[in-house]
Design a protein around this ligand. Structure first.
Ligand code: PRT
Ligand code: ZN
Length: 286
């Protein structure tokens, strides 16, 4: 029998597309057109199991799947014991307490004796218990943000991303309880003969993540200006400097973070860099 890893991902929803993209960028191609319940990678020992996100931590914990890609919020809510193998940098959000914006909120004591609507009762009750607050938790599975206006609860505990949903429902975020993002989880009792596949997935995911948000920059620059150029590039790996055939000029190559790209490039231009090329970084292997 072929040794394989079974990876559970969200079948549809916010994490589905990014999960598939991460696999594809990692050279793991799954034929998505015939997506049903199980999919098979064509060029990697991996089988995909498409599930609702809520079910992923449980199936990984019980070994029905070996690994999973799911929001940390779902892992925490499920309370199961799985290994968080790595953070994946997408699906970023937070779980927060929010109250009607008219409330003069001064601290967590406000919640004492109040009702809170949420789809995350376990995380909320753990949080309140740790802080010694007793409140009434109302579990509702959708449209939590309408609960206060509908008279269902005094406040809510829900996922916030941009905060737009809170604002449009007349609510304000008052306590940020958990920062979440998609994570790669792994069953604790992964059979020994599958561990090399787990290592390969981790290595590939790491390289893809490392390359994101980075650009490769090449330019020609007067050799006398190379030290100035180096000082403009503080956060970078050591740049490569090569002499050009043209006397007194060098070619400088480096990797720059997207966030500082334009500032850096403008600075380099000011000190005399020419022919600046900015290229996408496909993979970074450390
Ligand atoms: O069907 P299934 O059960 O698989 O999916 P689901 O409907 O339970 O989950 P889905 O697809 O909505 O979200 C999957 C995961 O994405 C969540 O568990 C989080 O880890 C992550 N995530 C990231 C988010 C958000 N951002 C997010 N903004 N999940 C939900 N939201 C909601 C939020 O509750 C709010 O109501 O989006 C709304 C808009 O948020 P604002 O603050 O940007 O307005
Ligand atoms: Zn769900």
């Amino acid at each position: 029998m072929n040794i394989m890893i079974r990876l559970a991902i969200q079948s549809k929803g916010r994490l589905n597309e990014e999960s598939l993209r991460l696999l594809k960028d990692s050279g793991i191609n799954v034929d998505d057109s015939r997506r049903k319940f199980l999919g098979q990678a064509s060029d990697f020992p991996l089988e995909l199991l498409y599930l609702r996100d809520d079910d992923i931590p449980g199936v990984v914990a019980d070994g029905s799947a070996d690994m999973g890609i799911v929001g940390l919020n779902e892992v925490e809510e499920s309370g199961v014991d799985v290994e968080i193998a790595c953070h994946l940098g997408f699906g970023k959000c937070r779980l927060s307490l929010a109250v009607p914006k008219s409330v003069e909120y001064e601290g967590l004591e406000w919640f004492e004796g109040k009702s809170i609507a949420t789809s995350y009762p376990s995380i909320l009750s753990r949080f309140l218990k740790e802080r010694g607050i007793s409140a009434q938790i109302r579990k509702i599975m959708g449209s939590v943000e309408i609960a206060p206006a509908a008279g269902i609860a005094d406040s809510i505990f829900d996922i916030v991303s941009s905060g737009g949903t809170l604002v449009s429902n007349g609510l304000k975020e008052v306590e940020r309880v958990l920062d979440s993002e998609a994570v790669l989880i792994c069953r604790r009792d992964l059979p020994e003969d599958r561990k090399f596949i787990r290592e390969s997935i981790l290595f590939r995911f790491g390289s893809v993540q490392e390359s994101r948000g980075k650009k490769y920059v090449l330019m020609n620059i007067p050799t006398a200006k190379v030290p100035d150029a180096m000082s403009l590039l503080p956060s970078m790996r050591s740049p490569t400097v090569m002499p050009l055939a043209l006397e007194g000029w060098s070619s400088l190559h480096s990797v720059v973070d997207d966030a500082s790209l334009w500032d850096t490039v403008e600075g380099l231009k000011r000190i005399g860099a020419e022919g600046i090329l900015i290229l996408n970084v496909d993979k970074v292997i450390d």
